[in-house]
Design a protein around this ligand. Structure first.
Ligand SMILES: [Zn+2]
Length: 510
């Protein structure tokens, strides 16, 4: 058995005007061929795949590394970079020679400037190279925008079952187990899906305690049933202006039976019925959210800024909350935030540790949503911001946010970083010696996932309502490429009104 593995992972926010370039992937770690095994055997879904392949009753005689491209969520991938990524996979498939199976770890909401479905394009490329009879399995994020192209070129897709995403490793395990079953029993997997004409903001996408919890519980039950290879609901990354944008229900079984059609009908109806609950989020404008945070008697209070979430591909340089924090006369225990601003970082390095910082911060990468704010303070610390992410989104994922500077201005401590990264994890602050537990207010640039990493120690949490590339105010976002009708951009009573939504069994290769 010769099994090839690879990864192409990024969530793209098409409203972030800053493209993702080759050097961004290089910064997060490109691996080609056997380098994948040397560097990423313990990381996220790739780690889950590799550990499971090695534990197969008959482990593959040979594991072949194709390529690993992963980059933190940001703007659409530059066309030239996307072409180079695909070319790398193509070349590695040539080097690989004949294969018995392929495993890919994808995100599923990854857009290039010239391709709204880079995940589907990679699956199509691999399918063309290996032919119709070699099984291809792929993992994807629960926020994938599943497309016909993905499904018709893959034998099996396995998505995360949790949000916050705590099962990246287990999703890799599920995909690898599925590949084993397909090869061992000669299964020809059959996939039925339904596209739903809905998108929802991410704050209540909580599969543990939120409105979707029963749906995801049902998926786990289904996967325990005889004949089911994979059961998934993709709640979609909504800040993704692309055709076929919408939720998907996907079920893959070992044969076509009408009972599975009823299961997909029921799941689809359950998804549609919670759409209003998912949109009924309590958020507060910047001044109000800071005032409310200050009214708590205990600390810390974490504020989730979903509209500038680096976890949703935003630039992370919105000054909406920073401006309010700087204006507050007194913040007991102080406030802690971070800003992506390479120019401000360079200025901090110029004045040096202990130096006086007097410069504009933020509002440069997405000037349509906020403007720079003047910060006068002291440079407390200069340090590279490199750490390992375990928690929401991944396990053992190397993070490199470039040079960092800790600047203190009265009660506000700002970690300035050169590049985006996990805005949901307290490890970001801890990596430069700042303990979020000691502050009065802590900013997480994440709509929901931060709860997995903050809830155990915070005294309270609030959600901000600020402008940004991941704004939940759909009327303010310009969608040019989506199919309509699409709720809530359009008012529709039933999914059947959206005739563009595909539904039914997938014919492979069509
Ligand atoms: Zn996600």
């Amino acid at each position: 058995m010769r099994i090839a593995v690879g990864q192409m992972w990024q969530e793209s926010n098409t409203f972030n005007r800053n493209p993702t370039r080759w050097e961004d992937f290089a910064n997060w770690g490109i691996a080609v061929g056997p380098e994948i095994f040397e560097r990423y055997s313990e990381t996220g879904e790739l780690g889950g795949v590799l550990s499971t392949l090695r534990q197969w009753p008959e482990p593959p005689s040979e594991l072949i590394g194709l390529a690993r491209f992963a980059c933190w969520p940001w703007g659409s991938v530059e066309a030239e970079t996307a072409a180079r990524i695909l070319k790398t996979f193509d070349e590695q498939l040539t080097i690989a020679g004949p294969l018995d199976g392929v495993s890919l770890n994808l995100h599923g909401a990854m857009a290039a400037e010239n391709d709204p479905d880079l995940s589907g394009t990679l699956l199509e490329l691999v399918r063309k190279r290996v032919g119709p009879n070699v099984p291809i399995v792929a993992s994807f994020d629960l926020h994938a925008n599943i497309t016909h192209k993905m499904l018709s070129n893959a034998d099996l897709l396995c998505g995360y079952h949790t949000s916050p995403h705590l099962d990246s490793w287990q999703t890799g395990e599920r995909a690898a187990r599925g590949l084993w079953k397909i090869l061992k029993y000669g299964i020809r997997p059959q996939t039925i899906w339904r596209k739903l004409p809905m998108l929802t903001a991410a704050e209540y996408h909580n599969t543990f305690t939120g409105p979707p919890a029963p749906i995801y519980e049902r998926l786990k039950q289904l996967e325990a049933e005889e004949g089911v290879l994979s059961a998934n609901v993709a709640m979609v990354m909504p800040w993704y202006d692309a055709p076929q944008l919408g939720w998907s229900v996907i079920l893959t079984t070992n044969r076509r039976e009408s009972r599975w059609e009823h299961v997909v009908d029921q799941l689809s109806s359950n998804c549609w019925s919670i759409r209003h609950d998912l949109e009924a989020v309590e958020r507060f404008p910047p001044a109000e959210v800071v005032k409310r945070a200050l009214s708590f008697s205990r600390h810390p209070i974490v504020i989730g800024d979903g509209a500038d979430a680096t976890n949703s591909g935003c630039p992370g340089d919105s000054t909406s909350l920073l401006r309010e924090l700087l204006a507050a006369p007194k913040i007991p225990h102080g406030a802690l935030t971070f800003m992506v601003d390479p120019i401000a970082v360079a200025e901090a390095y110029r004045v040096g540790e202990g130096g006086l910082f007097d410069a504009d911060v933020g509002g440069r990468l997405a000037p349509e949503y906020s403007s720079p704010v003047r910060v006068r303070g002291t440079v407390d610390r200069l340090q590279n911001v490199e750490w390992t992410l375990t928690g929401h989104i991944s396990k053992n994922m190397p993070v490199n946010m470039g040079h960092g500077a800790v600047v203190r201005s009265n009660d506000v401590t700002i970690l300035l970083v050169e590049r985006g990264g996990p805005g949901s994890s307290p490890r970001l602050y801890e990596s430069v010696g700042l303990d979020p537990r000691k502050f009065g207010i802590v900013i997480a640039k994440s709509p929901q996932g931060f709860r997995a990493d903050y809830d155990s120690f915070v005294a309270g949490s609030l959600l901000a309502d600020c402008p940004g590339c991941a704004s939940p105010h759909w009327e303010d976002m310009r969608f040019d490429h989506v199919n309509r009708p699409l709720w809530p951009l359009t008012s529709i009573a039933t999914p059947s009104e959206a005739t563009w939504c595909e539904s039914g069994w997938i014919e492979r290769g069509d």
